[in-house]
Design a binder for this molecule. Structure first.
Ligand code: XIL
Length: 325
């Protein structure tokens, strides 16, 4: 069938997707990105794991390539992420004396944010700070060494000093899937703002669980919107994989659930005032681009977690998004 209509032409806010250096030579992917998006989030290259090298050295070869490419394509470039408990902590260990730890923490954030000063529309300054189950904050080396909320305020202050223009985000996942985690996240944002953290936006990753009750997504966006900050749907995907061995549903039945939840999210995003619609980003553009099909142990061959199929045709979820926009 025909190619899906350009998604960015259906929206009055930026449409984003991830990209990695390995895709830059994939003509089909490049064409799909040019057709559909006006913003790119490097999926890996701006993470601590990729940049930070032994001895607190920096390797910007991949991140420079991605930021340069995004600019060459005329895309907004969104930075993910400056501080994260996962992927790339080898240098930040408990063994470091706190004074040295704090100095390297500040240097990492200010060096990375400073290098791309004025070139990033926004940054995920801290990623996944809330505990997995939503009961308080995540225990991580930064929390232990610098204080559970103090490290977040510190990171935002360093990022703001290094790049006065980028919109600075606190980003997390399962905020719709787990109402308790969503509430903990929003209360944390309020507390951080009260401590003077220059948070300019909130990022909801939106890796949706298609089996959550109807209305939870709408409720989270309503509560999140009440903070008045721009909201970034930052990592949207909607896997149909279910971990339950007794799931006897047909693909069609799962697809119906998926489309209902994606439509609810798109409608909830559209219910926000336009100034609070920062961007709508999927984590990958086509099904084949998804980490859910690529990463070890996550893949499920029949899964279709994104808006486009491998050839760039609209998946059912695309129609639901297009209708809402
Ligand atoms: C994922 C990448 O897409 C994978 O390629 C990598 O192997 C693991 O990390 N939440 C996040 C992203 O904030 O950084 C993660 O990205 C997906 C979950």
């Amino acid at each position: 069938g025909p190619l899906a209509p350009p998604l960015k032409s259906l929206a009055d806010f930026p449409i984003g997707a991830t990209g990695m250096t390995g895709q830059l030579d994939d003509a089909v992917w490049v064409a799909a990105m040019r057709r559909h998006v006006d913003q790119i989030t490097p999926e890996w290259e701006l993470k601590p794991e990729r940049i930070l090298q032994p001895g607190f050295a920096f390797d910007f070869s991949a991140s420079d390539r991605m930021v340069d490419w995004g600019e060459e394509q005329g895309l907004r470039v969104f930075g993910h992420c400056l501080v994260w408990y996962s992927q790339g902590l080898d240098q930040f260990t408990n063994a470091l004396p706190t004074a040295r730890f704090a100095a390297e923490f500040d240097r990492y954030v200010s060096t990375v944010a400073g290098r791309y000063r004025g070139r990033m529309v926004g940054w995920d300054v801290v990623n996944e700070a809330v505990a997995e189950d939503g009961d308080g904050l995540r225990d991580c080396v930064y929390a232990r060494k610098l204080g559970p909320e103090a490290y977040i305020v510190r990171a935002f202050r360093q990022a703001r000093a290094a790049d006065p223009d980028a919109v600075l985000f606190l980003n997390d996942y399962n905020l719709e899937n787990n109402p308790r985690k969503g509430a903990t996240f929003l209360r944390l944002v309020e507390r951080l703002l009260a401590q003077g953290a220059p948070i300019g936006g909130i990022g909801t990753q939106s890796h949706l669980d298609i089996d959550i009750p109807a209305g939870q997504i709408r409720d989270f966006f309503r509560d999140a919107g009440s903070l008045g900050l721009p909201i970034h749907v930052s990592e949207l995907d909607f896997s149909m994989r279910s971990d339950s061995p007794v799931d006897t549903r047909t693909l069609g039945q799962k697809r119906a659930r998926q489309v209902a939840r994606v439509g609810e999210l798109a409608e909830a995003f559209m219910a926000l005032p336009a100034r609070q619609r920062f961007a709508f980003t999927t984590w990958g553009l086509r099904d084949v681009d998804s980490w859910l099909l690529r990463d070890e142990g996550k893949g499920w061959k029949d899964d279709s977690p994104l808006l486009l199929d491998a050839e760039g045709r609209a998946n059912p979820a695309f129609e639901a998004v297009a209708e809402a926009f």
